[in-house]
Write a protein that binds this ligand. Sequence first.
Ligand SMILES: O=C(O)C1=C[C@@H](OP(=O)(O)O)[C@@H](O)[C@H](O)C1
Ligand SMILES: C=C(OP(=O)(O)O)C(=O)O
Length: 435
Amino acid sequence: MKKLSTQPKNGLHGQLAVPGDKSISHRVLILGAVSHGTTTVHHFLTAADCLSTLTALRALGVPIEQAGSTVQVTGRGWHGLTAAKQSLDLGNAGTGTRLLAGLLAGQSFDSTLIGDASLSQRPMQRVATPLAALGAQIDLSAGHLPMRIHGQNLHATHVQMTVASAQVKSALILAALQADGPSTIMETLPTRDHTERLVRAFGGDVQTAGDQRTVTVQPRPQLHGQTLTIPGDMSSAAFFMTAAAIVPHSQVTLTDVGLNPTRTGLLQILQRMGGQVTVTPQVNPGEPLGTVTVTASQLRPITLTASDIPAVIDELPLVALLAATANGVSRITGAEELRYKETDRIATIVAELRKLGVNITALSDGFVIDGRSPWHVVDSQLASHGDHRIGMMLAIAALRVSTPLQLTDAGAVDISYPTFFDDLAQLLPAKAVLA
Ligand SMILES: O=C(O)C1=C[C@@H](OP(=O)(O)O)[C@@H](O)[C@H](O)C1
Ligand SMILES: C=C(OP(=O)(O)O)C(=O)O
């Protein structure tokens, strides 16, 4: 049980560089593994999810050295991976699981992917079905893990995606890179494009065209190991941006944070809500990067629909929190995907914010929040439900409350942000920091 910090009288202040991007960290390991030569990664995210992917790749015969946040991958090429002796345990990592499904579908050996209780409840048919269009042979257990992948020669195809998911798209790209001709993948809505950018950086040819984003993948490129520095994770920085926006008298600056436009939904939402946000981009090859400063202000309500969701999917718990402080009714729809994350995030957001007296109602695909209702603590025992993003959102919510609150299963933050509580403490006055 962790004691959460209560509202700091003078707000949060300071400057922070958050750890490396989770999505990019997974992808760099995988692309480094199938490249020729060495890939050196700086500012790698050493959180449980990315370490699950790292461990899985080692079990597939890829030498990987890790010293703090610097990782060195010795590339084995597309044909140099070897069958793992045991099932690959991806722990809590949806991204690692789905991306590896795409990679392993085209290998010359069989693999089995397993995960923890949460990952074992998450839908995997969404990746198995479109991969089958390339000739992949994947067996699931009623649509879930364990996933048995029978490595095959894959065939070029055209795939129309049915779910807005960068994980599914990336699995398809990794499979299409091993196919016998060019493939095209059509998205329902644009999703994060880190895989596309990285494949190009490693020497491959993946092109994107059109509003509905058709991705064309040229097969069997020789990829070459790279040296790169991963930007700070927007999804981690988002906790402190939200804290700065909703805790009176705050001003917080996040440096070296990733500004890929497929990830910056929260910045636009904050601006639309009347938040005070200053963005200073820096010149950086590959992935956009910059500094963001957020200052506290009274927020307005917002309406979000399906097309707004992919660029803010992991920050929607924070959007709920922002809306809970706004001077009107916010409505978020088109976000059914939240039900398929580490927890059913619509259910866990609603259950936990209600403990603070927030006027929030669940919809099948989102929620309605009346920020005009005053908060009052109904239950001081908040629960992460084992979901890292819910736990961190609640720690930020606690900064709007003067009653001491506790958080169960706070260790869930290790999934994406092991130093979250230390970094938060840096922005708080010393006496506000609790054990
Ligand atoms: O591709 C990725 O790195 C991710 C894509 C998103 O999932 P979906 O593809 O399921 O939307 C996101 O929620 C996840 O945290 C990371
Ligand atoms: C949904 C998430 O991750 P994953 O799907 O990789 O488990 C997340 O980090 O919020």
